[in-house]
Design a protein around this ligand. Structure first.
Ligand code: PGA
Length: 245
């Protein structure tokens, strides 16, 4: 893992967007894995600006979403599909047919999950995956205890994640309990990973996944074995690391 520590969230977001930009310039039909949540929003804003002001071209980019809430339709304002549209997709020239999402209304999530993995393989695999990290060390919605060899699957949110995500829903009770998420193994197979973490509330999870042991209790720890992972932190998120980076 290569670890970079930036002073602020703004610097972190700009650095992340630069890495995505360079990847698209090197491979215009990049297969890009998108992450939801508050952390990548600054990066998406910067990518939208790069498209508008610098002509960064997304016309051949293919994207896959990391996860989606079960029982929310694409049009639901709390669905991740809606999130990505608002934060990135509506602001760039990506083609609709190149956007892939788990369907929150699917009848058979298990069958759908296997199909989703197949679709990723058929696209040639994900070239670059953006990731955040949960306070419990989760990647995607791979909560503590998820087997590290799990692929895309139906997952149950922990209470802590429900509480963390209640800010998007207004009330804890409104947060769906289940999601379809890409699994740790699916993430491990991505060619290049770009994980972002910002804020003191992520400092414990960051220290554990970088410096602790590799364990299903911290699913992000699987990245210690990944051959090409970049981690960008702000100073607050890096504050509990013991090593020098
Ligand atoms: P956040 O979520 O970016 O909203 O903090 C990250 C995550 O849960 O993976």
């Amino acid at each position: 893992m290569k670890i970079f520590i930036k002073k602020t969230y703004e610097e972190l977001s700009k650095e992340a967007a630069e890495i995505v930009k360079k990847a698209i310039q090197a491979k215009p039909n990049l297969v890009l894995g998108l992450a939801s949540g508050g952390t990548p929003q600054g990066c998406y804003q910067e990518l939208s600006r790069m498209h508008k002001e610098e002509g960064l071209d997304f016309s051949q980019v293919i994207c896959f979403s990391l996860d989606e809430y079960l029982e929310l339709s694409f049009n639901d304002p709390n669905s991740y599909y809606h999130f990505y549209r608002e934060n990135l997709l509506n602001h760039i020239n990506i083609q609709f047919r190149n956007i892939h999402f788990p369907d929150g209304l699917v009848d058979n999530p298990t069958e759908f999950s296997a199909e989703y993995d197949k679709k990723i393989k058929e696209a040639g695999g994900i070239d670059l995956q953006l990731l955040g990290i949960g306070r419990d060390g989760h990647l995607g919605f791979n909560e503590p205890g998820t087997p590290l060899d799990a692929r895309t699957h139906l997952a149950k949110l922990t209470n802590q994640t429900i509480e963390d995500n209640a800010r998007f829903f207004g009330k804890k009770e409104y947060v769906p309990k289940f999601v379809i998420t890409i699994g740790p193994q699916t993430i491990f197979e991505v060619k290049k990973i770009l994980l972002l973490a910002s804020g003191g509330n992520k400092a414990d999870a960051v220290a554990k996944f970088i410096e602790g042991s590799i364990t299903p209790q911290i699913t992000a720890s699987i990245l210690q074995k990944h051959p090409d992972t970049i981690v960008i932190l702000d100073e607050a998120a890096a504050s509990k690391l013991k090593g020098k980076y």
